[in-house]
Design a protein around this ligand. Structure first.
Ligand SMILES: Cc1cc2nc3c(=O)[nH]c(=O)nc-3n(C[C@H](O)[C@H](O)[C@H](O)COP(=O)(O)OP(=O)(O)OC[C@H]3O[C@@H](n4cnc5c(N)ncnc54)[C@H](O)[C@@H]3O)c2cc1C
Length: 442
């Protein structure tokens, strides 16, 4: 489990004796290893990627009677969908309502932001109606303001007059009252969004996977799509296990989108997101530091996001500490330092798990779905895909099944590329450095 550098003693004090370089969630829900099954020669629908997007699309098409095959390059659910922080939000706040009004006009901006709200409501209903046991709770989310200016900006943002239907019931918590939410000196107050929620991401994924298999779809792990060829009578997907013909193909690879689908790769910016889990803490320490079950993010550009695990024994602490560095010996110390800045008493608390994944950003901070060269896609959740990925996957599945509810305003947004960009986000390194400096100065 430990890298070579760890064995040499670097950062040794930081890691618990039973440290794992793997998601904490995988302890609670061990990853299934699916049997190798021969790939059929054809299917009605081939889905590339077995995260929330792909499985949710597959659930719709399989239930609509379409022969559905899901391809996964690694093990099933290997990507972000079993690695994330389990913070469930509206997901579409990145682009900002005023900016969307400028770009698309009021009616369309309303519809776009409303999709985020619909996704947040949908996920709760979906988990309930499908009876998925994944520790889902509407515990609300706190935005911690890292400076007085950031607090004022939050108050302006959440106090802005939004049209009826886009209000979130959010409220401000001044610094003087913040200790009812969190025990830190770092924040200058915060804002609470009460409808936001928490879940165990790997349990949610496992629940979806069970439903997809029950619906009759077949899921092929360790089977990478290599190329998609458009032919007269449909599409042919070349895979590492042979070719499969399909009437419809769904690309659901988000931050792992690669050369098999160059049009999408040129529009998705993969960016590393990192999480550590602490060793178990004393109950009274957790209850004092984080007295509520809220999900927490803060206002820094180099965002951190954290929560307790469902049993409230550990802190699950995430942030952006690198563009894509996979070695925890390099990424754990800066992430641990971020945690200690918020909770100084955790300075000697060790890390029990550390992991990362690649989130998919778009150039306009909006998620996108649509159809290109006959191939459906949904991606670009900008680090906020727990509710959106399943929701948009569902919409894609409904479109393929010919259901009118598959329509979405996100189908009518422009999924932008850049002339200089072919999937390698070299420009993010200086950008992260700049953001770090800006956060430090504010
Ligand atoms: C550390 C971390 C923390 C996060 N925290 C949060 C959070 O708290 N809240 C939130 O809303 N969002 C969060 N996210 C983002 C969220 O997890 C994602 O937006 C969401 O899971 C995306 O789901 P997906 O199905 O589109 O992609 P993924 O779950 O990433 O699945 C894509 C899959 O496609 C497969 N694939 C790629 N190419 C091919 C190919 N050619 N052939 C076959 N398979 C292929 C990959 O192997 C991968 O398994 C976080 C992400 C990370 C990494």
């Amino acid at each position: 489990m430990r890298s070579q550098k760890f064995a040499k003693g670097i950062n040794a004090d930081l890691f618990a004796a039973d440290y794992k370089a793997a998601p904490f969630w995988w302890d609670r829900t061990p990853r299934p290893v699916l049997d190798d099954v021969a790939l059929p020669a054809r299917a009605d629908v081939v889905v590339i990627g077995s995260g929330y997007t792909g499985l949710s699309a597959a659930l719709q098409t399989a239930r609509a009677g379409r022969h559905t095959v899901v391809l996964e390059a690694e093990e099933v659910g290997w990507g972000c969908s079993t690695r994330n922080g389990g913070q469930v939000a509206t997901g579409l706040s990145g682009a900002g309502y005023p900016h969307l009004v400028q770009k698309y006009g009021e009616a369309m901006a309303y519809d776009i932001v409303r999709e985020g709200h619909s996704a947040l409501e949908w996920i709760g209903e979906f988990i309930k109606s499908e009876d998925i046991d994944c520790d889902f709770r509407r515990s609300g989310r706190l935005y911690g303001a890292h400076s007085a200016r950031a607090y004022e900006a939050l108050a302006r943002k959440f106090g802005a007059k939004l049209p009826a239907g886009l209000q979130t019931g959010s409220y401000m918590v001044p610094k003087s009252e913040l200790n009812s939410e969190i025990d830190t000196q770092l924040y200058h107050g915060g804002a609470v969004q009460p409808r936001h929620a928490a879940l165990d991401p790997a349990r949610y994924h496992q629940g979806m996977l069970d439903k997809v298999v029950q619906a009759g779809a077949s899921v092929h792990a360790r089977c990478a799509a290599l190329n998609i060829d458009r032919q007269k009578d449909g599409l042919v997907v070349a895979t590492s296990k042979g070719d499969i013909a399909a009437r419809n193909v769904v690309v659901a690879s988000n931050g792992y989108t690669g050369k098999a689908t160059p049009w999408m790769r040129n529009r998705i910016i993969p960016l590393g997101s990192y999480i550590l889990a602490t060793e178990p803490l004393e109950k009274d320490v957790i209850n004092r530091l984080l007295p509520t079950d809220r999900m927490i993010v803060d206002t820094r550009k180099m965002v951190v996001y954290y929560r307790t695990c469902p049993e409230r024994r550990r802190i699950i602490f995430g942030g952006r500490v690198s563009v894509s560095e996979p070695d925890p010996d390099i990424t754990a110390p800066p992430l641990h330092r971020q945690m200690v800045r918020i909770f100084p008493e955790l300075a000697s608390t060790r890390i029990s798990h550390m992991w990362m994944g690649l989130v998919g950003f778009s150039f306009d901070y909006l998620p996108h779905m649509g159809r290109q060269d006959g191939v459906h896609y949904a991606m670009g959740y900008c680090g906020s895909g727990v509710s959106l990925a399943g929701y948009m996957g569902m919409r894609i599945g409904q479109q393929i099944a010919g259901l009118p509810e598959g329509d979405s305003p996100l189908l009518r947004t422009d999924f932008q590329a850049r002339a200089y960009y072919r999937g390698n986000p070299w420009f993010m390194r200086p950008a992260l450095y700049y953001y770090k400096m800006r956060d430090a100065l504010s």
